[in-house]
Design a protein around this ligand. Structure first.
Ligand code: 5GP
Length: 118
């Protein structure tokens, strides 16, 4: 069996990291190298290496990631669309800058975010 990803170790509580959110399908914690005042990683408990490798079987998990994002944004006070707001990012592969092969949604907030991204 291949070695657990760093995110799997956090989910399995082998590496301590306070969870911002958790339900049956996903867990979320702060990024170790935040790119904005709020930078949370939302991760499926099931290992899906990257979004393009998800299957129909993963449909509920994919939905759970986005539903968690809204709940986390509300919890952290950045859901209000007129005063705050947030961005979700999923990196797939080399050109997108993926570094951890365990699907994760970045939730970035707390400052104006440029568009287009770099
Ligand atoms: P990617 O580049 O794969 O989309 O994003 C991986 C993210 O995981 C990066 O933003 C990186 O800072 C974060 N990261 C890498 N190792 C750890 C870790 O051990 N703990 C936490 N909380 N975040 C990590």
């Amino acid at each position: 069996m291949s070695e657990k990803t760093i995110f799997q170790k956090i989910i399995d509580r082998e590496i301590p990291a306070p969870l911002v959110y958790e339900d049956d399908l996903v867990a979320a914690f702060h990024d170790i190298a935040p790119q904005a005042p709020i930078h949370v990683l939302i991760v499926p408990k099931k290992l899906i290496p990257r979004v393009g490798e998800a299957t129909l079987e993963d449909q509920a998990t994919l939905g759970a990631l986005l539903l968690a994002a809204g709940k986390i944004a509300e919890k952290l006070g950045v859901k209000d669309r007129s005063t705050e707001g947030f961005r979700l990012v999923i990196n797939h592969g080399k050109n997108a800058g993926e570094t951890v092969p365990h699907l994760h949604v970045h939730l970035l907030a707390g400052r104006p975010l440029d568009w287009p991204p770099g």
